[in-house]
Design a protein around this ligand. Structure first.
Ligand SMILES: [Ca+2]
Ligand SMILES: [Ca+2]
Length: 387
């Protein structure tokens, strides 16, 4: 492991807490007011943490997902299609048996996650962009069994394939969150004005979070008697289970402004592409031109300008005891880590680390409470510990 050096925590005006949010520039949609004062730009907080950063692996090709193995080591996906093991300073050859992926646009091999009974079953789940013929693709998720020596996948089968396939290799999501008895998979809506409308259509799986059985098929108790759990999402690349309520929380990419933290409730509609706290990349209004409407569930937090969230975790480790239950999110733009202090389901403070220095696609908590980050631009797996 070799250490690298990143600047210390972003400190706002040198004070421990401020009534103002972190320094982040002008809003793209200043006409929108939050539904409550800390729904965006919660007061900045400096927890005084200095990280030591070790490089566990480098030279990875567009790394997208990382997972901690109970026996030590890390599984890492590369968006170009390889699943590898990082252990003791070495990066393995590609693990065989990974499904074919469409590695175009934003597509490719995406997330990797362990089944709750992995220690006994060796079952893992992958999400990926599945080639569907005719230049089309779908977000998909597969179940597989990892060999004891972590060189091979066997018994590989899809548990979810998004419908209908799209010609637009954009906005695939996707994270996989396995639970006992079912698996959550987050998706996207393939970006275009036409495709995004399907985020409101519960007969399709664009712009949805789905809940399926561990071997595929709609889970019992789903709200629409199909795979759909929630609707009205744009491009959901962050997901984790709340440590006390057991609810799935998600982070999704907004347009220009309007990245959202959502608490998922069975059957709820999160509004895209009808309402958004951001505007289209062209500057034109999204949908109705409003940020909210009574039919739609409000985000618990939003960012404008965006943080471009890769993933997040509820912090549960021992290394940073003051952060228990906080949201630790990875940011692609401006980059680095974003920490949200929560009270119930609302944010009360925000902190940033390493903006502009790491294009962080994924974040995980290591077995000892260290924070793992995948640096998407430099192909590195980083481990952050207390200095
Ligand atoms: Ca929304
Ligand atoms: Ca993650």
């Amino acid at each position: 492991m070799k250490p690298i050096f990143l600047s210390a925590a972003f400190i706002f005006m040198g004070v421990a807490a401020s009534a103002q949010g972190v320094e982040q520039g002008r809003k793209n949609a200043p006409q929108f007011r939050p539904a409550w004062p800390t729904q965006t730009r919660a007061p900045a907080q400096d927890s005084g943490i200095e990280f030591k950063v070790d490089v566990l692996a480098e030279g990875l090709e567009t790394p997208w997902g990382v997972e901690v193995l109970p026996e030590g080591g890390y599984l890492v996906t590369e968006r170009t299609g390889a699943l590898r093991m990082v252990r003791d300073g070495t990066v393995s050859e590609p693990i065989t048996g990974v499904p074919d992926v469409l590695a175009e646009g934003q597509g490719g091999l995406l997330d990797v996650a362990l089944a709750p009974d992995f220690a006994r079953s060796r079952v893992i789940y992958l999400s990926y962009a599945k080639p569907m013929g005719g230049g089309r693709s779908s977000t998909a998720a597969a179940r597989a069994v990892l060999s004891p020596d972590a060189t091979t996948l066997s018994d590989v089968s899809d548990i979810f394939v998004q419908q209908p396939p799209s010609r637009n290799a954009m906005h695939f999501g996707s994270r996989v969150v396995p639970q006992d008895g079912y698996v959550f998979i987050t998706t996207g809506e393939h970006f275009t004005e036409q495709d995004r409308q399907l985020a409101q259509d519960v007969g399709t799986t664009y712009g949805k979070v789905v809940r399926v059985l561990p071997r595929g098929g709609a889970a019992a108790g789903n709200p629409f008697d199909n795979e759909v759990w929630t609707l009205g999402h744009r491009n959901v690349q962050g997901a984790d289970i709340h440590p006390t309520t057991g609810a799935l929380w998600t982070l999704e990419h907004g347009p220009r402004g309007g990245d959202e933290l959502n608490v998922l409730e069975k059957g709820a509609n999160y509004g895209w592409p009808v309402v958004s706290y951001g505007v289209n990349y062209s500057g034109s209004p999204v949908g109705s031109g409003d940020a909210r409407a009574s039919d739609f569930t409000e985000p618990r937090y939003y960012w404008d300008p965006v943080i471009a969230p890769g993933d997040f975790a509820f912090y549960n480790g021992k290394m940073f005891p003051g952060w228990q239950g906080d949201i630790i999110a990875s940011s692609l733009t401006p980059g680095g880590l974003v920490r949200l202090r929560l009270k119930g389901d609302r944010a009360v403070a925000e902190e940033r680390f390493f903006p502009g220095e790491i294009r962080a696609r994924d974040v995980e908590i290591d077995r000892d409470g260290a924070i793992l980050l995948l640096d998407n631009s430099d192909g590195r797996l980083l481990r952050l510990t207390r200095q």
